[in-house]
Write a protein that binds this ligand. Structure first.
Ligand code: ADP
Length: 275
């Protein structure tokens, strides 16, 4: 199963060509079974990543309000040791952040070796909300696509494995989810007038996303479009890509671990023999 669409570098993305709710022939029960296996695998991969300490993993989550960034993190990372994983959320920049280049606040929180960091929103906001609401002049945000590609290349060249997910929901689905929040007391904290106001800019956001996905999907930091109208399907699709992307490293990580174990054992033996 390959439910996520990986964007080939240079491909011009038209989001209306991607179905947020494709017919998969997969039942919810089958998906739950598969999800269990995958979450376990992601947990195991994280353990090897952590122990080997050779690579870091950066996962970028973007999507319209209610697209399920929080839910994705909760589900996909359910079997990951919290000590090896950090979530970084990007809000409206502070005055201090605005006084620096837009990548300053981002670079400080990229994952060190052995760690997974998930960006809940990211540096892409600087070519999304900033573009839609004209928070910076066009000549400023236009340059950012290339700057982002250079930045991500720098990270990739320094052993960071990067995956970027756009959680694709329809405008109707968003309306349903916003209305649902009003009915559920435990979701009341998420209610915001701003969400309804932002909805009015839906088409502008789609255009901004299309350009970001078209210009910033690279071999070293690919974008994936995730059909996200169905939550269980979204979780499965993201987990599948993460497992698939990390699997090829497993042998190398385990190899370096065995080497490390042999060295440590030899040291212990030498210490004992010296007595
Ligand atoms: P979330 O919706 O992610 O759960 P919030 O409701 O606090 O959290 O929303 C964060 C807000 O910060 C979003 O509206 C987002 O567009 C905004 N934001 C993030 N990065 C930037 C940025 N670089 N410039 C302007 N606004 C930003």
């Amino acid at each position: 199963m390959q439910p996520a669409k990986k964007i080939k570098p240079g491909k011009k993305v038209k989001l209306s060509h991607y179905d947020p709710e494709p017919d998969t022939g997969l039942s919810k029960e089958e998906a739950a079974e598969r999800m269990k296996e995958l979450s376990q695998e992601v947990g195991d991969l994280q353990e090897s990543l952590y122990a080997a300490g050779q690579n870091s993993v950066l996962i970028v989550l973007q999507g319209m309000d209610t697209s399920g960034k929080d839910g994705t993190i909760r589900n996909v990372m359910s079997e990951v040791n919290p000590q090896g994983c950090r979530i970084e959320s990007f809000k409206v920049p502070t005055e201090q952040e605005l006084a620096h280049d837009f990548l300053w606040r981002v670079h400080r929180v990229v994952p060190p070796r052995g760690m997974i960091t998930i960006f809940n929103r990211s540096h892409y906001e600087d070519v999304l909300v900033v573009r839609v609401h004209e928070l910076a002049p066009e000549e400023v945000w236009q340059k950012r696509y290339e700057q982002i590609n250079h930045f991500e290349k720098l990270l990739a060249d320094n052993n960071t494995i990067i995956m970027k997910f756009y959680l694709h929901i329809s405008r109707d689905e968003q309306e349903e989810r916003l209305l649902e929040r009003e009915q559920e007391a435990e979701k009341a904290w998420k209610l915001s007038v701003g969400d309804w106001e932002e909805r009015e800019y839906w088409n502008d956001y789609m255009r901004a996303y299309e350009e970001a996905l078209s210009r910033c999907s690279t071999d070293y930091a690919p974008w994936y479009i995730i059909p996200a109208n169905k939550k269980w399907y979204r979780n499965l699709a993201v987990a599948e890509v993460i497992a698939q992307s990390l699997r090829p490293y497993r042998k190398r990580w385990e190899g370096s671990l065995s080497k490390l174990a042999a060295e440590k054992l030899a040291e212990l033996e030498a210490m004992r023999n010296a007595k």
